[in-house]
Each structure stands twice: as C-alpha cells, then as structure tokens.
Design a protein around this ligand. Structure first.
Ligand code: ADP
Ligand code: MG
Length: 421
C-alpha cells in the first residue's frame, strides 16, 4: 500500500513551499563550524530545522506537479513520499526547551554577529522572513548560520543536539536511493509513453531537482559531520586544504580499475596528471572525486572503444590543472574520437547514453565508486550540477574524429552564493 499523505500535511507543505530558501556559502559553513561548541550546534540545528522543511516542501510541490503525468509514476511517488516523511519528521521534532532569558541572549548574539559579518557594501540587507512570518532585518542564514560566542546552556541542550543529529541521519539515509529511484520513474514513464527523448520541461525539472538535492545533502552532511571530531583540515565535510593531486590520483585509480574490470584489460589507457605542486583549496573532496571519476570513465571508455581491447598501447588521457586567481581549471583531454557536433548538446540530458543501458539498482548509491563504467547517462549532467553548485562549471569541446576536452572550472572564491532552484 502506498503511503497517502493526509490533506492537512499536504496543505502545510504547500504553505512552506511559498517561503524563500536561504543559501549558505562554503565560506559561511567553514566560519561557522570551526569551533562546534554546543551553542554553535544549537544554532545550526535551529537554522536547519527552519531551512530544511522549506527546501523539502518545494521539492514535494515540484514532484507533485511534474508534467506529462510523470508525477503519476510509482517510483516518482515513492521519492515524493520520502520528501513528505522527512518534512514531517522535521516539523514534528520537539523544539528545545530554552529559558526565555537565554532565547533573548541567543537572538541578540546572533544579531550582532550577523551585523558584523554582513559585507560593508550592503548596509541595508534585504528583508527576509521565516515561515512563521516573523520579519527579521537580516537574511535567515545570517541569523542562524553565524558564529556565536559560547553561552552557558542548560545541560539538556546537548541531548537535544544529539537527538536532532540522529533525526538528520535518518533523513539522509532515507534519501540515499533518490537518484536511482527517480531514474526508475523516468524509465516507467518512457515505457508507458513510449517517449524516446525526454522533453526540456522534464530536463530542467531534473536539473533543479538534483541541484537542490546536492544542497540539502551538503546541509545534512555538514551538520552531521560537525558532531564528529576529526581531521584538523576538515570543517564538517569541507576540507579547507583539499589537495587536488591526491583527489585526482584516487579518481585515476578508481576509474582505471573499473575500466580494466569492465573491458577485461590487463591495463587501462594511461592517465597523466600535470598539476602545480602543493595546490590546495577549500572544497568538498567527495564532490571533486565524483566529477573527476565520471569524466575519466568517459574518456577511458571512448579511448578503449575507439582502439578496441587488443592494442598494445592507447593514446594517454591527460589531466592538466591550471591555477588562476578566480578559478582552478582542470582539463581532461582524450583521443577517443570525440562526439559529433549534432550530439553534443544531448550529452547533458539525463539518461542520454551511447552505452548499453545498465539495470537500475535502487539500493545502489550514486556516490559509491563501485559505479558502473557507463550506461546511466547521468555522469555528465550530475557532474555539471556538482560543479555549478559551488559556482563552477563543466564544458565539453569535441573534435570529431580525434577526441574530447572536458573543462572543469572550480571557483576559488568560496563565497559564491548557493544556487537555490
Ligand atoms: P554514460 O557514461 O553513462 O553514457 P554520461 O553522461 O557520462 O553517461 O555521458 C553521456 C554520453 O556522452 C556517453 O554515453 C558518450 O556517448 C558521450 N561522451 C561523454 N564523454 C565522452 C568522451 N570523452 N568522448 C566521447 N564521448 C563521450
Ligand atoms: Mg559516463
């Protein structure tokens, strides 16, 4: 029996979906999370318990209204129900019991921190409001996602913080299978409607949906990670000194392994790495790994399929890293024959693949490196979402008959605003 959300809950979701979302930059997250005391964790919990329901509600409304009856596909409804359940978990989560004096002090501390942290160029920050329609003079993220000096807290606050993290962990794992389940939903739709190409409405819906999913998972992952003390280079899941070379080497090893396994090769095409020594920057290493891994698999596949499995040597794939003021750009060049110009725009569409389609396993998590060689048609569009999420971009230039260059631009200025579809 499929879960049917009661009307009252759906009304509430539609109400929450009307409120604006609040973006959080990489820099804000790092500033905030450097010293995760119980007071900071409390502020973060309060921010998330206001922000996440709005983001989830917006996705429910979108899933409820995707065109062409895609919204009636069983797997799409399954995904929607996960969002509904998580929304419910959050709004029903008991609020912390704070003495009123403390509430006022927390508010005042946050307000002064917020005013201090606002850029001088914006003396009049835009007026923002939360879903209880309480107007506040500064955007929500500044209200809650700013460092506050530690204040004596009642002892049961650490209990609240702890329980709230458990709730977020539950939500995060509930949504692990969203990408594959939604892909399944699109397959159901294609089978039913006999659509070969998914139209632009659906494509842009998926782009918004996956972009928003990245944002939600970053918020969740960051909050959960703040509770675990770890490596000093890390603030939550963000590495303040991400070593590009190390991440690239790992992606090379993983992609080569999968390529050898898939094609039964003794050794995959060689991949060379030209990277300035000691290049470090602030990023989420797992995102970087994901993008490099997907691009390398594509280049390996193109190369092996062009030359066949039996040649002695393949033309190498080159990774060239350039360090600019604004961007770090990573170029991945292969000699795998390129992509015809007429097909080039289609590589960004979800489910577009020239490989044999892979069976979808809903238990399979996209971020695992046990990923298939190809056949999902998700590698490029999702990698581009990851790049854009922190202000970067991904572009392909192909020379048909020769090879492809992929340009991955990563923004160095970690204060780029979070895109909020
Ligand atoms: P998948 O790899 O699962 O097919 P992707 O989104 O990664 O999905 O790529 C989509 C398609 O784009 C591939 O099937 C392939 O036809 C084409 N493509 C991507 N990268 C390259 C490349 N470096 N050289 C040639 N074709 C490529
Ligand atoms: Mg691919």
């Amino acid at each position: 029996m499929m879960f049917q959300a009661p009307k009252q809950l759906m009304d509430k979701i539609y109400h929450f979906a009307k409120f604006p979302q609040t973006g959080v930059s990489l820099q804000q997250m790092v500033q905030f999370g450097r010293n995760p005391s119980q007071g900071v964790l409390l502020k973060a919990s309060q921010f998330i318990s206001e922000e996440l329901p709005v983001r989830l509600a917006r996705r429910v409304v979108e899933l409820d209204n995707v065109p062409h009856e895609l919204n009636k596909m069983p797997s799409v409804i399954r995904v929607k129900n996960w969002y509904i359940e998580s929304f419910k978990d959050l709004i029903e989560f008991p609020k912390p019991n704070l003495p009123s004096g403390l509430k006022a002090r927390l508010k005042a501390a946050a307000k002064s921190a917020a005013l201090k942290s606002l850029p001088a160029a914006h003396p009049n920050p835009s007026v923002s409001y939360n879903h209880q329609s309480q107007y506040c003079a500064v955007p929500m993220s500044h209200r809650f996602y700013t460092p506050v000096e530690d204040i004596d807290l009642p002892p049961d606050i650490s209990r609240y913080n702890h329980d709230f993290v458990r709730c977020l962990e539950k939500i995060k794992s509930r949504h692990d299978g969203v990408v594959t389940t939604l892909a399944q939903g699109i397959n159901e739709f294609k089978a039913k409607k006999n659509h070969r190409i998914i139209d632009t409405d659906v494509q842009s819906f998926l782009d918004r949906f996956y972009m928003s999913r990245i944002g939600i998972r970053v918020l969740l992952g960051q909050h959960i990670a703040l509770h675990k003390k770890g490596d000093t280079d890390y603030v939550g899941i963000i590495c303040t000194r991400t070593k590009l070379r190390d991440v690239a080497m790992e992606a090379i090893a993983n992609a080569s392994f999968i390529c050898e396994d898939y094609y039964g090769l003794f050794s995959a095409p060689k991949i060379t790495l030209h990277c300035p020594d000691g290049l470090e920057f602030m990023y989420i290493p797992s995102h970087l790994h994901h993008m490099l891994f997907e691009l390398l698999k594509n280049s390996l596949r193109a190369t092996v399929e062009l030359y066949g499995p039996d040649v002695d040597e393949y033309p190498p794939i080159k990774i060239i890293v350039a360090e600019g003021q604004e961007d770090i750009t990573i170029k991945i060049s292969d000699e795998g024959g390129g992509i015809p110009r007429s097909e080039l725009s289609r590589v960004w569409t979800y489910m577009y693949t020239t490989a044999e389609a892979q069976p979808l396993d809903p238990n399979f998590n996209q971020t695992d490196f046990k990923a298939p060689m190809a056949g999902f048609g998700y590698g490029l569009p999702i990698s581009r979402c990851y790049a854009r999420y922190f202000g970067g971009d991904l572009k392909l230039i192909s020379m048909e008959g020769y090879g492809t260059d992929a340009y991955l631009h990563l923004c160095r200025l970690s204060d780029s605003a979070e895109p909020l579809p």
